[in-house]
Design a protein around this ligand. Structure first.
Ligand code: C5P
Length: 211
């Protein structure tokens, strides 16, 4: 079974995908980490004349086996990720790795922005996770607190809105709900309730397929 989870910044899709992976015993890939790794390595070259070419070079040389979610979790790496993610050649360089992960025997769960639309349009189940920008900023603030960092709430909302606008506005593989994706608005849901709702969606789709 292949499950595609997409959604805007800090929507909780990564947490949800991790819990669903445990629930169904599926391997999980947080595809945002790939873009964050490229973004982090690219930051020193961001203002160079050949910045775009550098990003492509870094994406092509990416070692996806050593992604450290803690190191990659900063707001600076997120912003850099969303800038390099707008480059079609960067996306192309990361495409096959994600497709291979999705198509491994037994299936997988991937979360990102274009999983249901571009990476694995044939996924068995697609879920588009969303929540209000305020709720997402509040959740992100808690994550930063756990890391011992304090972030200004208004700065977090601005960061989220800026990334959403860039991710939705880009030409190549923009953030958007696939036509056959199930919308899951988690604004008023706890993580437990979100997991229950997502499992209900997956189980219903799979039961229908088995008929
Ligand atoms: O999911 P996360 O917030 O870690 O993603 C960081 C950035 O990577 C996003 O803002 C987006 O620009 C990019 N991304 C993407 N496609 C994906 C996953 C992430 O463009 N499948």
């Amino acid at each position: 079974m292949i499950i595609a989870v997409d959604g805007p910044a800090a929507s909780g899709k990564g947490t949800l995908a991790g819990l669903m992976a445990d629930h169904y015993g599926l391997p999980h890939l947080d595809t945002g980490l790939l873009y964050r790794q490229v973004g982090m390595l690219w930051r020193p070259f961001e203002h160079d004349a050949d910045a775009d070419a550098r990003a492509v070079e870094i994406a092509r040389a990416l070692d996806a086996s050593s992604l450290d979610a803690d190191v990659l979790g900063t707001a600076e790496n997120a912003q850099a990720a969303s800038k390099v993610a707008a480059l079609p050649e960067v996306r192309q360089a990361l495409l096959q790795f994600q497709r291979d992960f999705a198509n491994q025997p037994g299936g997988a769960i991937l979360d990102g922005r274009d999983i249901g639309t571009v990476i694995t349009p044939e996924a068995d189940v697609k879920i588009f996770v969303t929540a209000s920008a305020e709720t997402r900023a509040g959740r992100r603030a808690k994550q930063f607190e756990k890391r011992g960092e304090t972030m200004d709430f208004d700065a977090l909302i601005a960061d989220i809105r800026e990334r959403d606008a860039r991710d939705s506005g880009r030409k190549d593989a923009p953030l958007k709900q696939a036509e056959d994706a199930h919308l899951l608005d988690t604004t008023d849901l706890s993580i437990e309730a979100t997991l229950r709702a997502a499992v209900a969606i997956v189980d219903a789709v799979m039961a229908r397929k088995a008929e």
